[in-house]
Design a protein around this ligand. Sequence first.
Ligand code: TXA
Ligand code: MG
Length: 337
Amino acid sequence: MLITKIYQPSELKTAASELQKGELIAFPTETVYGLGADATNQQAVKRVYLAKGRPSDNPLIVTVASLEMVQQYVAEISSAAKKLIDEFWPGPLTLIFKIKPGSLSKAVTGGLETAAFRMPANEITRKLIELTGVPLVGPSANSSGKPSPTTAQHVFHDLEGRIAGIVDDGPTQVGVESTIIDMSTDQPAVLRPGAVTVVQLEAVLQQPVSSEVHQVGAKEIPKAPGMKYKHYAPDAQVLMVRADQWPAALAWAAKQSEKIGVMAPTEILQQKLPQQCLPFDLGNDVVSASQRLFAGLRNFDDRQKVNWILAAAYPETGLGLAYMNRLKKSSGNQFFK
Ligand code: TXA
Ligand code: MG
């Protein structure tokens, strides 16, 4: 079994040399931790799927440190896409482009004629990519199906012994994965909501952006292949609680004979809770709730095991759309009623 080493940001050179040898190194980003491998090394990329237990038809994001790295694979970046890059890179926006045929291995693209590119805000990781000298594939560094990792410890929990190392830069800031926008067709479309919102994208593009983020059945060929897989699922059953439903939800919890995880805003947790409740504080708004969502789901899987989690729902606008997209998946769309 591999020994998974924790690298401090001062040890990037060693981490980069591991990547150059085809080893897997997890890296921090502003959204969630990513699982890095040399995107030009097919063997290394294949090991990413193995380490995560990820279905191999689900393509990977190519993580870059410069626009030049994108231009190696993409023949033409439209002026609209250029505007988005100028405005939001480095940052939590992933763009999908048509690629030069054969320029990336099938292991990266899942056989598609397009690929997803992202330049993370985290400077340490951009430095790591520069030192390695090639783009890194960077799916979230969790076991497939589990909540994405927002700390190095989450990565270690899921992937210890399967990867060579983790660059630890503390907890991530955004907490939910990047917005994905498809720029490979005439009509820009958001495939996954994130911290860069549809309103922000439309303001920069000066045109409507479609954002029909939908779940597809296993038989359809999904637009974003990842859409068909179960995601973010803790072992417990999550029930989403709308703001006005907290009194009823806590009354329900008071009648249970087992412990109930309660992921709620600070003001809810300040009341006297039924003794069955194990509180997890989501903070005061949807920004802090997004930061802490995955850590909360993991807490009730790994530390305080429960069968039920009550988790705060937020209005589906702005960042709330991204938060609710993840929470709905983790709950199988179940609201407390
Ligand atoms: O914030 C993030 O984007 C994080 C950090 C680590 O950078 N990464 C991340 O990667 O969330 P991953 O692999 O967990 O999610 C990437 C999603 C998948 O659902 C995949 O199906 C989709 O991007 N994707 C990748 N290439 C695509 C393509 N050519 N067309 C459509 N969807 C694509
Ligand atoms: Mg993922």
